[in-house]
Write a protein that binds this ligand. Sequence first.
Ligand code: NI
Length: 177
Amino acid sequence: MIDQSAIIQLGNPKLRQKAAWVENIQDEKIKTLIDDLIATVDQANGVGIAAPQVAESLRLFIVASRPNARYPDAPEMNPTAMINPQIISHSSEVVKGWEGCLSVPGIRGLVPRYQTITVEYMDRNGNLQTQELTGFVARIFQHEYDHLEGMVFLDRVESTEELMTEAEYQQRIVNQT
Ligand code: NI
């Protein structure tokens, strides 16, 4: 398992690189990386993690929505590895929602994302998957996809007034819903 301290944080230039395509999905190193990322996101109470966040600049991330201490209202799903993911199409509707990031600890921001997206990715067995994602899971996908492009959610926040500390977020947003 990757030690949680292995998650790199804002300011590390590796978080700002455009990640490379995964050439060989069957490579043992890729399988190990996927298993490590799934264990790490679980341990960190995350709902997603991208390979660049552990300094592996590859186009691969985990979407693992489930209710936890950081996201009590998240829908439940099996952790899913998405390799060489792409957004094929998206709704015109954009919704703002609160996001955080394991690489930006202690800060939440209100981020506009497409409500619905159609995505393609290779699963861990090398099969091409096409899915329509909506709401919170679509938000996770778009957040993780940004990591592959060297972006973080702060880049998409429209005003610094739409930032909050984790403590204020827990008090004002989580406890209100
Ligand atoms: Ni993130």
